[in-house]
Design a protein around this ligand. Structure first.
Ligand code: FES
Length: 107
């Protein structure tokens, strides 16, 4: 199992166990993580699974694809260099200890 910590905009953290081969989005849904809606079910067509990958983990999660970058432009939350779609991050043993931050709602 792989541990992933999700941190809410208010700082509340929840560490869960992920299954290799699942996406980080699926892991979030399985554990009722607030802020991950995944309306398209992981088809990279909604950006409601937007997150920020903590700096130290960007090498392990890899680069965004061009399609992911395009979809992030549709996100309704602030997009930064750390932005990823959780449906596009596959859980591997290398991600044990991964830290994911959830975006705040834009007002
Ligand atoms: Fe829709 Fe990730 S779940 S883009």
């Amino acid at each position: 199992m792989v541990s992933i910590t999700f941190i809410q905009p208010d700082g509340a953290a929840q560490t869960v166990q992920a299954t290799e081969g699942d996406s980080v989005m699926q892991t979030a849904l399985n554990n009722n993580i607030a802020g991950i809606f995944a309306e398209c079910g992981g088809a990279m067509m909604c950006a409601t699974c937007h997150c920020y990958v903590e700096d130290d983990w960007s090498a392990q999660t890899g680069p965004k694809s061009d399609g992911e970058d395009d979809m992030l432009e549709c996100a309704e939350t602030e997009v930064t260099d750390a932005s990823r779609l959780t449906c596009q991050i596959k859980v591997t043993p290398d991600l044990d200890g991964l830290v994911i931050r959830l975006p705040a709602e834009l007002s």
